[in-house]
Write a protein that binds this ligand. Structure first.
Ligand SMILES: Cc1cc2nc3c(=O)[nH]c(=O)nc-3n(C[C@H](O)[C@H](O)[C@H](O)COP(=O)(O)OP(=O)(O)OC[C@H]3O[C@@H](n4cnc5c(N)ncnc54)[C@H](O)[C@@H]3O)c2cc1C
Length: 306
């Protein structure tokens, strides 16, 4: 038996979580690319999650948590190790907080779309900016997702974490370091869930704001093609999309990977793009933008794999 076969047999003995072997990442990533992943584990609760992470750490198998795969590019050669999917952790609870605030407790696998829907149904304000962001709560926290003037950090009260040693701890917002599109955690630390702070409001006002945001996004983003959202972080002074336009790259194509004609900071998959084409396009954009504007674009999407 090879080393990989050894640990894949062992992991089945060490966790009751569902395990899928040799999955193609392209079936999962929102941009539709990526090769074979040794194993994806789908814990259904904290216990299965902890069993899994403890085993992976002990056996020294590389692993990463994943949510909805909407900010991820996996290389064509795929990922050697385990992706731990949080999609099965979807518990939710609403409770009263001080001064009329509401505490929304949610596990990492709950989608932002569901949280926004709850806020409409329960007339709660604070999370409208997440409307249209296709990620999970865990991914949104890890990326400090944001749009239209809001960031997830603004509404976080506490985050429940599983550290790489397999220990669970609660971190309050003041003990966490959020920055632009990032939360400072090691790549192997798993966000299990969080408590969000929302305020009571008027249901019509909340749904009106959500509708307005969705409309604006429809007008600006190329939602008709698979993508991974914004490819580059915005430099402080100017949006990355504007620099890409200035470099004359809107619509530029390598194979089936194309700089969106609608929004320069999106790369869309026009058919059967491979990760290699997307990565070549990213490198080309960085080079051309630097040559024409002097700005060094840095990626916002996470690129993983061999
Ligand atoms: C059409 C489109 C529009 C988008 N618009 C926006 C936008 O307006 N604003 C914005 O900020 N983003 C946007 N995004 C990007 C993306 O949706 C967000 O970054 C989202 O928060 C990622 O969540 P996810 O669950 O898909 O994370 P994934 O893509 O699964 O993972 C992203 C990163 O987070 C880590 N991660 C995921 N879950 C966990 C967890 N439970 N614990 C620890 N680490 C974890 C992964 O290891 C990876 O490093 C957009 C994407 C698309 C496709």
């Amino acid at each position: 038996m090879s080393e990989t076969e050894d640990w894949r047999a062992e992991i089945r003995r060490r966790t009751t979580a569902e395990i899928r072997l040799d999955e193609e990442a392209s079936r999962h990533t929102s941009i539709g690319v990526g090769g074979r992943i040794d194993a994806i584990v789908f814990p259904r609760n904290e216990e299965e999650l902890t069993q899994t992470v403890r085993f992976l750490k002990e056996a020294r198998i590389p692993f990463l948590p994943v949510g909805n795969w909407t900010n991820l590019i996996v290389t064509d050669r795929g990922y050697r190790g385990v992706l731990v999917s949080l999609s099965g952790l979807t518990a939710l609870d609403l409770g009263e907080g001080p001064a009329g605030d509401v505490r929304l407790t949610a596990q990492a696998g709950v989608s932002l779309a569901e949280l926004v829907n709850i806020s409409i149904r329960e007339a709660l304000t604070g999370i409208e900016f997440c409307a249209g962001i296709p990620g999970s709560l865990g991914g949104a926290l890890r990326m400090n997702a944001g749009a239209y003037g809001g960031e997830i950090k603004d509404i976080v009260e506490t985050v429940r974490l599983l550290d790489p040693a397999g220990e669970i701890r609660e971190a309050s917002r003041s003990g966490l370091r959020f920055t632009y599109r990032s939360l400072d955690l090691s790549a192997e630390t798993v966000i299990i869930g969080a408590v969000l702070r929302l305020r009571r409001s008027d249901g019509t006002a909340v749904s009106g704001k959500v509708r307005e945001i969705i409309e604006m996004r429809r007008g600006k983003h190329p939602l008709e093609f698979p993508s991974a959202g914004s490819i580059f972080r915005n430099p402080r002074e100017v949006p990355a999309g504007k620099l890409i336009d200035q470099a004359g790259l809107k619509g530029f194509r390598i194979g089936d990977a194309q700089v969106s004609e609608k929004h320069g900071n999106f790369i869309v998959n026009r058919g059967k793009a491979r990760a290699e084409e997307i990565l070549s396009l990213i490198a080309l954009i960085q080079r051309r933008v630097f040559e024409t504007t002097g700005h060094q674009l840095r990626t916002e999407v996470k690129i993983i794999g061999e």
